[in-house]
Design a protein around this ligand. Structure first.
Ligand SMILES: Cc1cc2nc3c(=O)[nH]c(=O)nc-3n(C[C@H](O)[C@H](O)[C@H](O)COP(=O)(O)OP(=O)(O)OC[C@H]3O[C@@H](n4cnc5c(N)ncnc54)[C@H](O)[C@@H]3O)c2cc1C
Length: 409
């Protein structure tokens, strides 16, 4: 199942793996000992990158600067960005390989916070003002789709409205659970522009600068990171946005967001889960060999061996399907249903596997001295964020019933 990576991606994988081991692993104890706090974390990733990367601890700014420099100097930082935007052009396969390796450490090697949904959709002016500075890590973004009454059914239930007034769009509404909203330089916000059409041509994506008059935030405290708020309710009160700040075509903002979610929030959850679980399994194997009860290492007990093999099976199966789906995406295939399957497995299998890892570690697994408890939170969240497991099953069922997806091999 490991065979078949093109030589350049095999080399990239090995380079990232070595850097993560040499540069990130040694910083983990310091990172875990210093929970991230409001207003701290100078130099750390911001915006959606901050909130979704499991940024639970802190490092001195010099350490983040060093990691950023290493990532940029080696070309890892932008390896997945298309070449015409200054990146390495590794495509989706390269992106999942990068993403898996960086998730092996709780201290993540920083990568470009580029909003991939802008690629191909941004105007030349928007590329200059937002996209290119984001590729370089100078600007960070957040993504605003969810609303208090529109989570699993955003297209059908979205209430945020944008109405043309002269040359400007005027936005009113409330978004919620928006990751990294306050530290983002701009927020990509979906709003209804045609209530009749809604998700079929009636939702538009807007670029809203942060700060902007009428934009305010309320914090949402989550168990994932009790010491620092990373999700926010975003209040949009008569925000005026010039027409030049529409991303893509008017009415096409829902499709644009969904296309991006297939890649960012579904496919990449597969690589995130395999990265976390691969490292966690490695740690659990070492621990099981060392921990002695009743005169024998716990590794000698079948109860422990079966938990280790269960995790191994989840990793190998999920990695294989994530890579296959990435290859098919790179070949231009429609992988919406397959990406939902990956997202489903990342959440459901990721959670059940990290639970087994925690069990193998006993009480030590629950301490915050190890990354296990943090990974538990992140993988439990993967059953909800980016569309719940139930909604992804619904997407898969629709694909099966209308014959859009093949399972014959
Ligand atoms: C940490 C975190 C970060 C997030 N970041 C962002 C972000 O950056 N941007 C953003 O826009 N959103 C973000 N979200 C929102 C996230 O995408 C939603 O929470 C998620 O899509 C679920 O929506 P909901 O919470 O409204 O649940 P609901 O839609 O209220 O669902 C409640 C329950 O009902 C089930 N359910 C709903 N409909 C059906 C159905 N038809 N059939 C069967 N079961 C159903 C669901 O599966 C779930 O179990 C974030 C959420 C969290 C917790």
């Amino acid at each position: 199942m490991q065979a078949g990576l093109p030589p350049e991606l095999e080399a990239l994988k090995n380079t990232i793996r070595q850097i993560v081991k040499d540069e990130c692993y040694p910083l983990e104890a310091e990172f875990l000992a210093n929970p991230s706090q409001e207003g701290g974390d100078e130099g750390a990733p911001r915006g959606i990158a901050e909130a979704l990367s499991g940024l639970l601890g802190t490092l001195p700014k010099e350490s983040w600067d060093r990691l950023n420099k290493i990532s940029k100097d080696t070309g890892i930082y932008t390896s997945f960005v298309p070449e015409e935007y200054g990146g390495g052009g590794t495509g989706a396969l390269g992106h999942v390989i990068l993403d898996e390796e960086v998730h092996k450490s709780i201290v993540q090697l920083p990568t470009s916070p580029v909003p991939m949904m802008m690629i191909g959709a941004a105007t030349p002016e928007q590329e200059k003002e937002y996209l290119l500075p984001s590729v370089e890590g100078k600007l960070h973004y957040a993504f605003g789709q969810t609303e208090p009454n529109a989570g699993s059914d955003p297209g059908g239930m979205m209430q945020t409205r944008a109405v043309l007034d002269g040359d400007d769009w005027v936005l009113n509404g409330t978004k919620t659970f928006i990751s990294g909203a306050t530290t983002a330089d701009y927020i990509l916000v979906q709003a209804v522009t045609d209530p009749e059409k809604r998700q079929r041509g009636g939702i538009t994506m807007f670029i809203i600068d942060n700060p902007s008059p009428g934009l305010s935030f309320d914090p949402i405290r989550l168990w994932i990171n009790p010491t620092k708020v990373q999700q926010f309710t975003v209040n949009l009160d008569n925000i005026r946005v010039p027409q030049t700040k529409v991303l893509g075509e008017v009415g096409q903002g829902f499709t644009l967001g969904q296309k991006w979610l297939v890649h960012h929030d579904r496919l990449l959850r597969g690589s995130m889960a395999t990265g976390i679980l691969s490292r966690a399994l490695e740690m659990a194997i070492d621990w099981a060999k060392e921990r002695v009860t009743y005169g024998q290492p716990i590794a000698d007990r079948q109860a422990i061996q079966w938990m280790l093999t269960d995790v191994y099976i989840d990793i190998m199966t999920l990695r294989a399907s994530t890579r296959e789906t990435a290859i098919r995406a790179d070949n231009g295939e429609d992988v919406r249903v397959e990406a939902s399957m990956i997202k489903y497995c990342a959440g459901e299998w990721g959670w059940r596997s990290i639970d087994k890892i925690m069990q193998i570690f006993g009480g030590t697994g629950e301490t915050l001295d190890l990354p296990i408890a943090h990974w538990y939170h992140i993988l439990r969240h993967a059953r909800i964020g980016g569309g719940t497991s139930e909604i992804h099953k619904f997407v898969m069922a629709r694909g099966l019933l209308d014959g859009r997806v093949s399972f014959q091999g």
